[in-house]
Design a protein around this ligand. Structure first.
Ligand code: ATR
Length: 269
């Protein structure tokens, strides 16, 4: 789909681009935010292949589009297209939000980390100077590590593949320290689950290192978080959340960049 195919000159044009994109909840979330401020918003889903991504972005902004969310598989390409990129996004080579500044220059940011922090605030899970364990070392983990480090969390990572932890240590070496998980002591105040597939043996390796009242946060949401959250419930943990609030939080932060106002984030329980 081209940007012009669904633009409407009276409306503020925004959208999300990915491949696939049918599953995206972003149009619903942004429509709800737009209502809070009476914005006449058109927020569309654009299914665009990697070959056409760069052309699509240029066309979208040339047609007067205000903001684009970017999802898989285009986050790294978006980072290359943007001329002005936040430090967080540059380190991760991953951009989920594009817009143009007053000079017309395309700018990029990753709002996942900020959305994550917004959700932890909502849940009253404090990470400042706390011992935090991240399980997983892929794209999802990478997207929130900068935020954990700038909050001065003492960060450990557990992952099936050690090399991925070393990659994270290298990427974030100038921001803060990341330890590979090794303790047997119950020192962790919180665990962030960042696996794309539930793996009970991996969680069994770390569970005795969590404090009894540790919070558990899965970056996945809805059905994809269910097995993990059930497992931790069965183990007696009660401060538990999936990542739906983070999804809304990252959308809110994109919305703020484009429209200059931060919406209230309401999350279903
Ligand atoms: P995402 O962007 O969703 O994080 P990813 O970059 O593919 O996806 O990373 C997936 C994460 O889940 C990785 O930490 C991966 O572990 P490896 O680095 O060892 O591949 C982890 N993961 C995926 N499937 C897993 C499984 N069955 N058991 C354990 N870890 C798994």
């Amino acid at each position: 789909m081209t940007a012009s195919a669904s633009s409407n000159s009276n409306k503020i044009l925004c959208g999300v681009v990915g491949d696939p994109i049918a599953h995206s909840l972003s149009p619903k979330i942004h429509a709800a935010f737009g209502k809070q401020f009476n914005l006449d918003l058109a927020y569309h889903k654009y299914q665009v292949s990697s070959d056409n991504f760069s052309h699509f972005v240029m066309d979208f902004f040339a047609q007067g589009g205000r903001g684009l969310n970017v999802t898989l598989p285009h986050k790294a390409a978006a980072c290359k297209i943007a001329k002005n990129v936040s430090e967080d996004a540059k380190l991760c080579q991953s951009v989920n939000t594009l817009w143009r500044d007053r000079l017309g220059m395309i700018c990029g940011d990753s709002t996942d980390g900020a959305g994550f922090l917004l959700d932890l605030e909502r849940l009253q899970f404090s990470i400042h100077k706390k011992n935090i364990l991240v399980v997983g070392a892929g794209g999802a983990a990478k997207s929130i590590i900068y935020s954990l480090l700038i909050q001065d969390a003492n960060l450990s990572v557990q992952n099936r593949t050690l090399e991925k932890i070393i990659q994270l240590q290298n990427i974030f070496s100038k921001v803060g320290k990341i330890s590979a998980f090794e303790t047997e002591q119950p020192i962790f105040d919180g665990i962030i689950c960042a696996l794309s597939e539930f793996n009970q043996p991996l969680y069994e390796k770390v569970i005795s290192s969590l404090k009894k009242d540790a919070f558990v946060y899965d970056l996945n949401y809805a059905g994809r978080a269910q097995q993990t959250l059930n497992y931790f419930k069965q183990q007696g943990f009660s401060r538990i959340s999936d990542g739906y609030g983070m999804l809304c939080g990252q959308a809110a932060k994109s919305f703020e960049i484009w429209h200059g106002v931060l919406p209230e984030v309401e999350c279903r329980a």
